[in-house]
Design a protein around this ligand. Structure first.
Ligand code: BES
Ligand code: ZN
Ligand code: ZN
Length: 509
């Protein structure tokens, strides 16, 4: 999809669809009895384009278009415009409209119009639109264009996609905003790259294939790539990771993607660590078959790290960043790990594996120790770690855990700029009580309650004392039902937040 800025009047632009955002009128937002404005009068905030024909006022009066968020109406052959269609799209209540909604509006336009044969879209923004709005629209349009149709024969014959998306800002300096388009493009393409990886079925995307994908990113975008195979991990003593891998005929890998800025005064070194279980059967503590097919997305953390490193290589933050991804398949063969097995992690701690389905924390334990040994001063991990996080937070917020409050606040600020939601979860020492093993230093599960918190405490045992944030993305990395702005399937969550965190780094520890 080609994205550009247009600063001249859109009246004469030939496009399949010219879109304008219209907000809820006050009377629809808060009905007033006895004092309602005259019907048919255009709302003061309606853009001229939409208001001039009286069409919008008619739609508003009839109740067909109220300005509700993401609602839209299409007028064909609009008078006085070269566009084939005029699309009004709802912005909801104006004071609540932010970059988050704007990003989604762009996505809704792309997703809904591409199925109607539209190939080119112009979205008109207000004169005052700024850089962050251009980034958001660019991201929303590209994210909205992604479909999980790689393995469908039909869409390839008749591709339904938007070829050109023009952001119209009357009177703006288009040159100045082109950097914003480029940034949005890099971020959204990285996120879509992550979604492509996450959507791959586990018969295609083995640990080896995911390592290859990381290697290609490294050579295409200029990152250092390093890989440890099973033998190298055994030599180092990564017993926790290897215990999970031993039940699969597909061998494990631990990959490293390193970005080094040309010059840096910072002594900080950011490590991003992602869970890469290419399929999670649960192991001997096997999962129920209902929904097990979704466990191909148990590598969304690793894919998110690879996607983030792809964007970081292009946007070049001032801080060194290293991405780590332990890649395994949690399967069941004659050599599979058993409940009750005791493994020795790279850190030297012994772990009693009470449940082989709590495998993500085992592979992350060794990856966190490895990141620490390789000079990380700050670590963020992302993992589809627990079903419990979905019970706690639903599908809208990643769970965020930390051993360093100030670091988390910095991450949350970055996530806000990126337009992603994370919610801080408790890490009181009390919860640590749940992690007691009679036979080893620690068990890999706690009690049923607070499952995402005990999982985080387990990881913390391997991250401390380095400032660390754990993101549980189990309930946010996959959409079960399509949204107007995003298709069903992988979301690519956390990619934009990671990149924003690295870009906003200004040396403070
Ligand atoms: N991969 C799962 C977590 C998961 C659940 C991801 C749902 C995506 C959607 C993880 O390895 C797991 O199985 N966790 C167990 C932990 C339990 C055994 C303590 C869980 O959440 O049930
Ligand atoms: Zn599991
Ligand atoms: Zn898992």
């Amino acid at each position: 999809m080609q994205i550009s800025i247009e600063s001249s009047s859109v009246d004469h632009v030939e496009t399949d669809a010219l879109a304008v955002i219209c907000f809820e009128t006050e009377e629809t937002a808060e009905p007033q009895v006895g004092n309602a404005p005259a019907p048919n009068s255009p709302h003061a905030s309606d853009p001229d384009l939409a208001a001039q024909s009286g069409w919008l006022a008619e739609l508003r009066t009839s109740g067909e278009f109220t300005g509700k968020l993401y609602e839209y109406a299409i007028l064909h052959r609009p008078e006085g415009l070269a566009a084939k269609r005029l699309v009004v799209i709802g912005g909801g209540k104006r004071p609540k409209f932010s970059d988050v909604e704007l990003r989604r509006v762009a996505g809704v336009l792309v997703r809904s119009l591409k199925s109607k044969g539209v190939r080119t879209i112009v979205l008109q923004l207000e004169k005052s639109a700024e850089r962050n709005e251009v980034v958001a629209v660019t991201e929303g349009a590209i994210l909205g264009g992604w479909e999980a149709d790689k393995y469908k024969s039909e869409p390839k014959k008749t591709p339904k996609q938007i070829d050109e998306f023009i952001i119209s800002i009357p009177g703006t300096d288009a040159g100045e905003l082109s950097e914003a388009v480029e940034r949005g493009q890099i971020l959204a393409e990285a996120q879509n790259f992550t979604r492509d990886l996450v959507n791959e079925p586990a018969n295609k995307l083995t640990p080896a294939a995911l390592a290859e994908a990381a290697k290609s990113v490294a050579s295409e975008f200029g990152l250092e790539y390093k890989v440890l195979d099973g033998a190298a991990m055994a030599e180092l003593g990564m017993g926790a990771l290897l215990g999970v891998a031993q039940g699969s005929t597909n061998p494990p890998f631990l990959i490293t993607l390193a970005y080094r800025p040309a010059r840096t005064e910072a002594c900080d070194h950011l490590a991003l660590v992602g869970k890469g279980v290419t399929f999670d059967t649960g192991g001997i503590s096997i999962k129920p078959c209902d929904g097990m097919e979704k466990m191909k997305y148990d590598m969304a953390g690793a894919a998110g790290i690879i996607g983030a490193m792809r964007a970081i290589a292009q946007l070049k933050p001032a801080i060194p960043v290293t991405g780590y991804a332990p890649l395994v398949e949690n399967m069941i063969n004659g050599n599979a790990q058993r409940p009750g097995d005791i493994v020795t992690a790279l850190s030297g701690k012994t772990i009693e594996v009470l449940n082989t389905d709590a495998e993500g924390r085992l592979i992350l334990a060794d990856a966190l120790t490895y990141a620490n040994r390789n000079g990380a001063t700050h670590i963020v991990d992302a993992a589809t770690l627990t079903g419990a996080i979905g019970i706690a937070l639903g599908h809208y917020n990643m769970g965020a855990f930390t051993n360093d409050e100030a670091f988390l606040q910095r991450f949350l600020a970055a996530a806000k700029i990126a337009g992603e939601k994370a919610w801080q979860m408790p890490m009181d020492e009390d919860y640590k009580e749940y992690l007691k093993s009679a036979f080893a230093d620690l068990p890999n599960i706690g009690v049923r309650y607070g499952g995402s918190i005990t999982a985080a405490w387990f990881l913390r045992e391997f991250a401390d004392p380095t400032p660390w944030i754990h993101l549980d993305i189990a309930s946010t990395a996959w959409l079960d039902e399509a949204k107007g702005w995003l298709s069903k399937g992988p979301t690519g969550v956390a990619v934009r937040s990671f990149v924003e965190l690295a870009l906003d780094w200004n040396g403070q520890s």
